[in-house]
Every structure is written in C-alpha cells, then in structure tokens.
Design a protein around this ligand. Sequence first.
Ligand code: ADP
Ligand code: MG
Length: 912
Amino acid sequence: MAEYPSEYELDIVLRDGGGARVRPIEPDDGELVTRFFEKLGPESRYYRFFRVKNTLEPAEIEHFTTVDYHNRMALVALLDGEMIGVGRYDVDPNEPSSAEVAFAVIDEQQGRGIGTKLLELLTSHARSHGVGEFRAFVLGENRQMMRVFRNSGYELTRTMDSGVFTVDFPVTESEASLAIEAEHEKRAVAASLLPLFFPRSIAVIGASSDPESIGGKLFNNILAEGFVGPLYPVNPSSKVIRSVKAYSTIAEVPDEVDLAFIVVPQRFVVDVVEQCAESGVRGIVVISAGFSEVSEKGAADEHRLLEIVRNSGMRMVGPNCMGLLNTSQAVRLNGTFAPVYPPAGNVAMSSQSGALGIAILDYATRNNIGISQFVSVGNKADVSGNDLIMAWEDDPQTDVITLYLESFGNPAKFSRIARRIGRRKPIIAVKSGRTSAGSRAASSHTGALASSDEAVNALFRQAGVIRVDTIEDLFDTASLLANQPIPAGRRVGIVTNAGGPGILAADALEANGLEIPELSDPLRDEIGAKLPAEASSRNPVDLIASGGPGEFAHATRLLLHSGEVDAVMVIYVPTTTEGASGVARALRECQSEYDGNVALLSVFMQAEGAGKSLAGSDVRRSIPTYTFPEAAAHALARAARHGEWRLREEGEEMKLDDDAASRIREVIDSALARVGEEGGWLEPDEVDSCLVAAGLRTPITRVADTRDEAMAAAHEIGGPVVLKVISDEALHKSDVGGVVLDVEGDEAVAAAFDQVTGVVDSYDGVLVQEMIPGGHEVLVGMAHDPNFGPLVVFGLGGIYVELLKDVAFRLHPLTDVDAREMMTETKGYRLLEGYRNNPEGDVPALQDALQRVSALISVVPELTEMDLNPVKVLPPGEGICVVDARMRVQHVAPGRMPAMRDLPGVTSNPPA
Ligand code: ADP
Ligand code: MG
C-alpha cells in the first residue's frame, strides 16, 4: 500500500510528448534508488554530489527514502517502473519558509523536460506547505540545471563562490511562471497526440473482411479514404483482408506502427494493448466497449489499460469510442466506423457520445460544414477533452473548436485552458445533462458524475465558452464563426425582399440582445437610389418582391462598407424557382470583394437552403446560410456576445493582506478543532470576526442570556436595536418569530427578549444588534460543488430571493469584472440604480463586498457553505452591512492542497 495520498501520484507529459509517472519517494524505495544511482552517469553524479562518487552508502539511502511531508518532499519520476529522475526539497531547519532543492535525471533521459516538470511540481507543493523560497547549489559547469531554473519563469538571484552557484528564488506564482508552465504543457500535449492525428503508419487490430462488422467498416473507411501511409490489418484468423496481407499479431507487422485501432472483443483488449506497448506503437484508439461504462470489472480492465499506456508512454483514445478522423490532405485519416466522411474544413470536434458522433458527422456532411479533426473520446481514460483543445490551440487547420460534453474530467483545468484558447479560437460546447432527466441519462450512460448546471453555466461564461443547447445550434454557430469575422458590436443591418421575414428577423435579433440601428440619411439615399419607390431603405432594408440579384448586391455592399453595422443579415424569400441561385451568386461576389470586419450571413427561406452555392473558394469566407431568421439571429447573438467576451478585460482578483488572512485562519482553525470530522456551523461571533477581518461591515452586536443583559446591551449600542434568538431550532429565525426589529426602550427590549425566546424550546442566547434601517436587501452566498469547487451566488429580492430566482452564479475566484457582471446580470439590478424613484444603492461598495467574499473563500478552503442574507446595500457613499450570516466549515483532507493534478502538464485523470 502506498503511504502517500493518492492525489500525489501523477502522470505527466514530457517535452517530446512521451509520458512518465511521478510519485513521492517511499521508505522501501531503497533498491530503486540504488539502481537509479547506478544509471546516473559519472558526470551527473558529480553534479549531484559535487564529488566523484561510486556508491551510495546505506545511511544515504536511508536518508533519501525517509518520508516527512512537513519538512521535505522528494518526487521520483518512473518509466516502466524504474526510476529515471528525482527532485527533492528539504526545508531549512533554521528558516522554515526556505528550502533547498536538488534534482538528478539519468543521462539517457535528459533533455526531455523531466527536471523542469519536477521543479514545477515541487514549487507547487512547497507553496502549499508554507515554503516561500527555494535555494539550490549548482556547479558552474552544470549548464543543464541552470537552464531548468532559468526556464522556470521564477526570478533568480545567483551568486558564485568557488565554482558553485547559489541560486535563490521565490516560489510564489507569477504571471511569468504560470505562462511558462502553460506553454510547456501545451507543447508537450500536442506532441504526445501527434501519432494519433498524424500517424505515419496504421494497424487495425481486429480488422475484418465482413463489411458489416465494426472492424470491417473501420478498415474499409481508412482504406477507402486513401490514408497516405501504409495500413496493416491484424487478425489471427485471416491471411488477407480486402486484398491486403493480414498479420496475426501486431508483433508480426514488419514496419513501425504509429497508430493502432483496436476493435477486438473486450476480453482480448488488455493483451492486445500490452502487445502494442511491446511493439513500440505510439498511439492507440480503443473502439471496443465493455469497460467502466458497464461494470466494476470493466472499470478495473480500463484501469489496467491506463497503466499499460502510462508506463509505456503511449497515448490512448477511448475505450468505448467510435474513433477519430483528420481530413488534412497530409494524412486523410478516416478512422471511424461511421458511414460518412465530412468535407475538410476548419472546425474541430470532440464528442463524448459515440452514437451521437455518427449523427454529428452526418449532420456536418449534409450541411457542408467542414471538419478539420474529429475525435470520439469515449470513456476518456487517457486522452481527455482538455488534451484535445490544447492540441487544437495551435493546429493550423482548426479555427473553431466544438465539443459535445456529457461530463467534465477536470473542470478547473478546462477553465484555465479554455479562457486562454477562447481568445484565439472560439470554443462552442453542447453540454448535455441540463435537465434533471438529462443528467440522470448522462450518468447512467457514462458513469460520469452529473454536475450542477449552474456551475457549468458559470464556468462557461467565465471561460468564454459558447454554450448551445442542441447539435443544430452548435453547427449554426460554428458555421458562422468558422467563416466570418466575430462581430465587433451588436448592430445588425438586414436586407430582405419580403417585409414579414424582415420583421421576424428584427424581433429575433432584438430578443437576443442585438440592435437594428437606424441608418444615416446619406446611406439611405445611396441605397434608395437604385431601388423602386415602394422599396424601403430603412433598416430592415426591404427590396420588395421585385428585388433580384442586382438589388441584393447593391444594398449588401453598401451596408458592408458603411461602418454603421457590425453584421449584415440577408434574407431571401423565393419569388421564382431560379431566384435563389442568382442571389447567392450576387452575395458571393459581394463577399469576395470584401474582407473587412463586418460579418455576413444569409437566410434562404426554402427547403434546400442555398448551401453549396454560397461556399466560397476560400473555406474561411463562405457565407453561412440558414433556413429561418430565428436560427440566424441566435447564431449571430452568440457570436456577438463572444466578441464582447474577447474584448472584456480579464479583471483582477482581490487578495486579503497577510494580517487579515491570519486573523481569519485563527478563527477557522479553532472552529475546525471544535466541530470535529463532519464539520459544522460557526458561532455567530466567529462568523462576525471573519467578516470583519475580510473588510465587510457588520452591525454592532452583543449576545445576551437574560433580559437584563439584553437591556444593558441595548443601552451600550444606543438607538433602536434588533433582537434575534440563537437556537438550533430556528435556522430561519424570522419564519418562527425569532426576530424583532426596531426595538427601543427597556420595556420594549424586555418584551422582545421574551418574544424571541418564547418561540423555541431552548436557546443559546439572544443577539442584540444595531438596527440598520433602509437600504436594499441582497443575498451573497457560496455553495461548494463537488466537481467545480466554490460557487458564488448573488441575488436580489431579500426574503423573496428564492421565489424570484433572480440570481447570478460565478465560480470562485471572482475578478472585479466577474463581480460587476454578476450584479448587472440580475434583472433586479436596476432597482439598485434607482429604478422608478427607488432609492439608489451603493453599487461600488456591493461590488467590493462580492470581491471580499471571494477573497475570504480563498483564505478558507474549508468553507463548504456561506449565506449572507441579507446584505443591506445602503445609499451611495454609505456602503453595505451584512446583517445576517451563516458559515459552515469542514476539514479538507491533508495533502489535498494544492490539487497537483490540476497543474499544467499533469495528465492524470481524477479518480472515478
Ligand atoms: P433569518 O434570515 O434567520 O430569518 P435575519 O437575521 O436575516 O433572520 O432577519 C430577518 C430580516 O430582518 C432580515 O431579512 C432583515 O430584513 C431584517 N433584519 C435583520 N437584522 C437587521 C438589522 N440589524 N437591521 C435591520 N434589519 C434587520
Ligand atoms: Mg436572513
């Protein structure tokens, strides 16, 4: 049994795309360490020990394998079960915030980025264990090691003394270190997937002569599309398949095989994958099903596959998938068993559902939507959606990334990379499981956890991912983004030959938040100059039924060049049988002479659309076409919102200062000690201390056990007060009459005391609180989602918030931009702005409060629930006041922080 928390065992991808496993060293690793030392060349040993060294003494081995997570961490990198590298840090006993770090990698594995990766993992571990600085001693001639440090992005201080550099650096995350880690990760992942997308040779294990079998269909597809490299069928009972000589095992194939498709019965898969590893295959696609999606036994087999794959450095798509394809002329890989092969194009697609995958390819093919690469990811045991989007980030064939998702393997990582990639290439996702019936289906279908839909929405919104509901929406939006510029604003010009559809379109656009601006007089005159008197040159421009190709071209061209709109939507209602093709030609001409930033899209209101005739010679400038104005309006609205997301500043997180953080930690740590393993609610005074330390105002409050104490407290506070009973029986105090507001005078205080204590059997005292009159009541809360982490919620409506459900969610941490958008997104926000003589609220103070709440959550990862309800938003300049608050905490398992598996370059999938 491993001694370390399972989170500490990680799989990493290296610079060349190969993999390795990393875990903490263990007491009985002595033999591994000895063999590792023998494989270290003399030079590496010299660099590590600063002297000629031929053997490791038992005491040294003992020292190296001693485990003490509080004061040291040693991570070993393994390949095929053998140690190939080690990195460690030891905390300086005199200066606990500083640690000495050292590495060694065996000669034959140097240059693959192992040291760099170990350093990244060690810095992350160190940070979460209170270590702020690393120091390393490096021999002057040890260039390789200096390079590892220099490439880390940390700010180094170097001093040289008798041939030895002392290198010091703070291990706090910086923008530079994060960017560098992300870049390393992206390159490594893309390299590791090359054999899957750009194989030089392919084997189909389980290829069959039966054209109806999956092995037969797959083999035929690869052959029929003319894959550019050699293709080897493997089947123990056939000598030849479709005129191609077959081999009985992968080992017999005389050539090196980059990519193997595996289509054998489930019980053979593990053996076959083992043989692939032995034969040096670099990527596998396991089509066979019967793994974690069906049973425990299947899950165990899947785990075994992953072990083999990770130990050998292969990458695996699947199991339980329908394959992958790459339409690039350089490979022409049709590696699915689907009966369709889509046209080549610039949309990449990953699908978590095999069955839907076929439907998706079929839809794309029928609607002439060009695909660059398609992957059916199946159970995602190894290659995940996150890997794919990283590989597509720099893929020159791909401009738009589309995802059909049922579950997230690692949402934190998805969020981090999607945010980055979305600024260059739009990511569009269908996330199923939106309704509760849907999420049940998703979980029984894939065994995946159903994730809470609000969290998904929040994640997508913050990461700029365009969420759509259906596959049709997905392609409607993809075909616009794949072909046209992202609109720089919301202004749309409409050109139509029929009034009705023009109005439909205008309504649909406005309902989706777009604008139909009035056109300027000069523009209207120009447009009108070539139109009959009955036509309208207002927006929507109505060419009337006589409008043909010439009129359409005239109006469209003027709008495109006008600078008065960000998109032009052309709607054609057929008036003659030949009409559509003429108008389509005219539009294509307008497009070919225009390459500005205004998006052009079309609606041909006829069954056949006008798809083919609108495809430009350059795929990136086809004119997307829709059958109905509503679909076009939806797609355009999504594109415009995405454009706004791109322009939006990334914003900044607020951090509490060290003083505030340590005051909060003190309160939380003592509360944790009290509540025990299952966790529990904080006491009112603990809640108050945390909020105040986080810079949030609360009312002056005293706890009274008797009437007399209550009266004394009221005197002390002065002015009108509020009395609230503290009791486990009254979680919602006012519901049971446990709150009395606006009390003044001894008699009234005594009566209120009796009132609030009278409604419960037992109580732990009464809160006597400063009365905060006026203001708007809002809710600020936090819930912990098991997959997505803390989710922050904001809502208006005071006690009606649950009824009105006018709330906004964001994933923690919030930036200032997030906080602002959360407020403005709610319908009730206008109340805070003083809607219809409502008193205005202090909006900047509220935004600040939201950010402080997020900063508080950062300091207290043990927080599982928080409810600030209500927060009173006082008039401008007067700030806010949290008049009622509850917080629940629970221990976080030691070693859980940080989630090292969320780090760049770590490919481990989270435990199922
Ligand atoms: P609960 O939510 O358990 O019913 P609260 O402490 O939120 O109890 O009190 C109920 C309502 O009383 C609040 O929503 C708010 O309108 C009002 N209230 C509570 N405390 C104060 C206070 N200190 N000043 C002004 N109004 C208050
Ligand atoms: Mg309340």
